[in-house]
Design a protein around this ligand. Structure first.
Ligand code: SAM
Length: 389
């Protein structure tokens, strides 16, 4: 890295409150490559924006580079504007800034004009899906300065030609840079003028469910119906009638909408850690006339819901943490369901049968029965034990 201060800063970052483990770290070689490449572009008068910062490495790194360069020139900096889809990432950035004694200098904003207006350099950790990249590329081309340089970095093994193609639809020039430590940057410039409405959200009728599904670029499964979700929905008629049901990790909110529709007396909370997911779930609820009975909440594993406040939780858990396959994300959500369920309440969940969630369900919720199994998935219902049971 160009600068020792930057190296020290990055080495002190934590993932907290996201899952922490010995094999998971708060930064990667792509963050370092992006910062080294941006160093020459950040300085007095530059307007930096960051998209997809995981835990603060890019934002706090850009801030450090800016202050080094502005101190030399005796000039004021523009704040670093940042969008992170996950609330865990937003919280981790604030937590890391505080731990490092950095007060202010950055603004956390939704993806859109306030984030990108006039931006001269945009640092992007390439997302997993092309749809998410498309939404970001459109927003940068639409709102940033005409001279903007977009530095889109990723791990080489996760990059595809499709990413270049998406960027080429929105920028006149897309130049792959030399790889370093298995990371590479695509440098995009010359934004094409926007024609027509933004490509997201996509709104589509799912004929199988008779449900209109709305999806932002970053949401799980887009407007499609995940096969695990479809299997869980087969058991909808057998699920208990709850006063308050939660769709935990709601994505586009299909489970919330289908449950609310078949249980007209229930209040449903659709909640996810992803901003794109909760936007999508809100739009799905509204598109199906269910907005008065579905509350939408961006939160990390129900952290803001009171203990014992729900009688049913529906869960199709994730089995990835970022790019890594890791059971920790699912276990965290089972733990959260156990806290928020009232005694006697139930967690209905679907998972790949080879994932051994059963012991965690028994331990963190209570007695667990298998209600269905097909060649790929298992659906279980777990009843929250009463205190002391
Ligand atoms: C497998 S997807 C299921 C989405 C949706 N329920 C469906 O069935 O289509 C899992 C979802 O859990 C969300 N998620 C992962 N970890 C979470 C956490 N700690 N708190 C809230 N949501 C989380 C992800 O963002 C993702 O939308």
């Amino acid at each position: 890295m160009a600068d020792n201060t930057l190296e020290t800063l990055i080495s002190r970052l934590r993932r907290f409150p996201d899952v922490e483990a010995a094999n998971l770290q708060a930064w990667d070689a792509t963050d370092k490559l992006l910062l080294d490449t941006a160093a020459g572009l950040l300085g007095p008068g530059s307007m930096p924006a960051v998209v997809g910062d995981r835990y603060g490495a890019l934002t706090l790194g850009a801030l450090t580079l800016e202050s080094v360069s502005a101190a030399g020139a005796g000039a004021e900096n523009h704040p670093v504007r940042v969008h992170q889809d996950l609330i865990t990432g937003e919280r981790a950035l604030r937590h890391n800034a505080e731990a490092l004694g950095i007060t202010g200098g950055f603004e956390q904003l939704p993806l859109g004009a306030a984030l990108l207006a006039g931006a001269s350099v945009v640092l992007l950790q390439l997302p997993k899906s092309l749809a998410e990249l498309e939404e970001i590329a459109d927003a940068v081309a639409r709102h940033a300065a005409p001279g903007v340089v977009l530095l889109a970095g990723g791990r080489v093994k996760h990059m595809s030609r499709g990413m270049n193609a998406v960027l080429e639809r929105y920028f006149g020039t897309v130049q792959p840079q030399l790889a370093r430590q298995k990371s590479r940057i695509l440098l995009a410039s010359g934004p094409r003028p926007a024609t027509g409405a933004p490509p997201f959200p996509v709104i589509e009728l799912n004929a199988e469910l008779g449900l209109t599904v709305c999806a932002r670029g970053a949401v799980f499964a887009g407007t499609g119906l995940d096969i695990g979700t479809r299997f869980l929905l087969d058991f909808l008629p057998r699920m208990p009638h709850a006063r308050h049901a939660i769709d935990l990790g709601c994505g586009t909110g299909i489970l919330a909408a289908m449950y609310a529709r078949s249980n007209p007396d229930a209040r449903v909370t659709a909640t996810d850690q992803s901003a794109a997911a909760v936007d999508s779930a809100f739009a799905t609820a509204r598109a199906n006339g269910l907005q008065d009975r579905i509350d939408v909440l961006q939160d990390d594993a129900l952290s803001s819901l009171p203990q014992g406040s729900a009688d049913l939780v529906l869960l199709n858990p994730p089995f990835h943490l970022g790019a890594a396959v890791h059971a920790g994300a699912g276990i965290k959500m089972i733990h959260a369901a156990g806290r928020v369920l009232a005694p006697g309440g139930e967690l209905w969940t679907v998972f790949n049968s080879h994932l051994h969630y059963r012991p965690a369900l028994e331990r963190l919720i209570g007695p667990t029965r298998e209600v269905g199994r097909n060649p790929k998935f298992t659906v279980t219902a777990s009843t929250r034990k009463t205190a002391g049971a």
